[in-house]
Design a binder for this molecule. Structure first.
Ligand code: IPD
Ligand code: CA
Ligand code: CA
Length: 265
């Protein structure tokens, strides 16, 4: 469904120009939402309720059902909305499931590459049916990392300092615009690590299960247990985790920081 919307809006017509643009609404200053976000949530929630009427659902576009039930779904009907709305083909659907507060499974689907990532606690992680594992990279200096900047709360977000600090100490930091896909990239070894501030349970739940089941590690920025409500996520192949956390501590402490260069200097 998302791909049909995307193609309809962005595939070039005879003139070579996009066929149409996606109609955007604003939930905040730069927090976009499209009809595709809402229709996708409707469809997913409808299917879950049909099959498991007693399960709780928390959806980014407003669904709140059966709070307090044993099973809880986290639904991001379109992760990467800004990309989607601009015709940049990096977006996905993300579904996470918790039982009694513990994340037990996750699925992330990237329609642009037809890639389905899935994981179940204790059973492993897969990409289109093939088992995936995190990367073998041992050193931060040889790592490719990912991060993101929130659509809300951009002011006073310290991440630009982390971005600069980690860029100077790795093969680079990508900012692709879909946190769920970023986590899936850690799980299948395309990235060695990922972190972000201020994410929500629908962004992280599925990806966290994927990374853990692919043999990786997920924590908060101090190495404490990942908490879905905490808005801090640091995921890696496990091997570079201590180094990554050490660098975070240095940025938080303000030690060894290269000042951000002045533009035009
Ligand atoms: C956003 C994406 C993005 C991240 C933002 C999220 P949305 O989700 O995951 O990568 O940096 O913080 O809000 O709004 O496209 O579902
Ligand atoms: Ca999201
Ligand atoms: Ca979303």
């Amino acid at each position: 469904m998302l791909l049909t919307y995307f193609r309809g809006a962005w595939l070039a017509g005879d003139s070579g120009a996009p066929a149409a643009h996606i109609r955007i609404e604003y939930k905040g200053d730069v927090d976009l939402v499209t009809e595709a976000d809402r229709r996708s949530e409707e469809l997913i929630v409808g299917r879950i309720r049909e099959r498991w009427p007693g399960h709780g659902i928390l959806g980014e576009e407003g669904t709140r059902t059966q709070p307090g039930s044993e099973y809880q779904w986290y639904v991001d009907p379109l992760d990467g909305t800004t990309n989607f709305a601009h015709g940049y083909p990096v977006f996905c659907v993300s579904l996470g499931l918790a039982r009694s507060g513990e994340l037990i499974s996750g699925a992330i689907y990237d329609p642009t590459r037809d890639e389905l990532f899935a994981a179940e606690k204790g059973a492993g992680a897969w990409l289109n049916g093939n088992r995936i594992v995190v990367s073998p990279v041992k050193a931060l200096a040889e790592s490719l990392l990912g991060t993101g900047f929130p659509s809300k709360k951009r002011h006073n977000n310290p991440n630009i300092h982390f971005y600069q600090h980690l860029t100077l100490r790795s093969h680079g930091v990508r900012r692709a615009g879909s946190a769920a896909l970023d986590l899936a990239c850690v799980a299948c070894g395309r990235y060695d690590g990922f972190w972000e501030f201020n994410l929500n349970p629908w962004d992280t739940s599925a990806g966290v299960v994927l990374v853990r089941e692919a043999g990786g590690m997920v924590s908060d920025f101090s190495g404490g247990e990942f908490d879905i409500a905490s808005h801090e996520v640091c995921a890696s192949n496990g091997r570079i985790h201590p180094e990554l956390l050490r660098e975070f501590a240095r940025v938080f402490a303000g030690t060894d920081l290269e000042p951000l260069p002045k533009a035009g200097a």
